[in-house]
Write a protein that binds this ligand. Structure first.
Ligand code: MG
Length: 203
């Protein structure tokens, strides 16, 4: 199982980190060991002093495919969830400055908590999915799939031109603006359309 993550998929977030709006999806991967399930806590890693949350809609791949045309991409996912793309922003900035890959900043153990998945059929319009994150009870991030630069079907088409997609693979579709840092003791809760689907405590 693999996680395909999209970077800079919301214009306002690209802007807040000083990045250009991409012409193609920006892709990186996280390994299976990055996943946190069942609302497990994250232990703040000792290699960073600036751990950030990035709240993202997550699509679960339902069947295998390669070179999937975007017209048929909807047949490859049945469930949608919410996840956090935890990022060691200080390490990522160092990697970016040196033009090095980001994995040590983004793919470490516990960097990808995912919540309960819901059937896509329970959502009226996939291009209008509202989601948000609270930190210690206050809303810190709000997004809507309407603002994605590349919608999931386009992401599946592009990603599957490089990687075979397999059932159980996850696609993190990028964060909206409002990313921020967390400390030990913080409690994060993520919701789709006001239904809480994920909790993570930072220990
Ligand atoms: Mg992200």
């Amino acid at each position: 199982m693999k996680i395909i993550c999209i970077g800079r998929n919301y214009a306002q977030h690209a802007k807040e980190l000083g990045n250009a709006i991409p012409e193609k999806p920006v892709i990186f991967l996280k390994p299976e060991t990055s996943v946190l399930k069942n609302n497990a806590p994250l232990f703040y890693p000792d290699f960073t002093h600036d751990l950030h949350y990035e709240t993202e809609l997550v699509f679960k791949i339902a069947k295998a495919g390669k070179h999937i045309n975007r017209k048929f991409a909807h047949k490859y996912y049945e469930e949608i969830g919410i996840g956090i793309d935890f990022t060691a922003r200080d390490i990522q900035n160092e990697c970016k400055q040196k033009s090095l890959p980001w994995e040590i900043a983004k793919a470490f153990d516990g960097s990808a908590p995912v919540g309960t998945f819901i059937p896509k059929n329970s959502i009226t319009n996939l291009k209008n999915i509202a989601f948000h994150l609270t930190k210690n009870g206050l809303i810190v991030q709000k997004g809507n799939s309407a603002n994605m630069i590349f919608f999931i079907d386009e992401i599946i088409e592009y990603a599957s031109s490089f990687f075979t997609l397999k059932p159980g693979d996850l696609i993190f579709t990028g964060t909206p603006e409002g990313v921020g840092s967390i400390q030990k003791g913080d409690k994060l809760e993520a919701s789709i359309n006001d239904e809480k689907l994920l909790e993570v405590e930072i220990k």
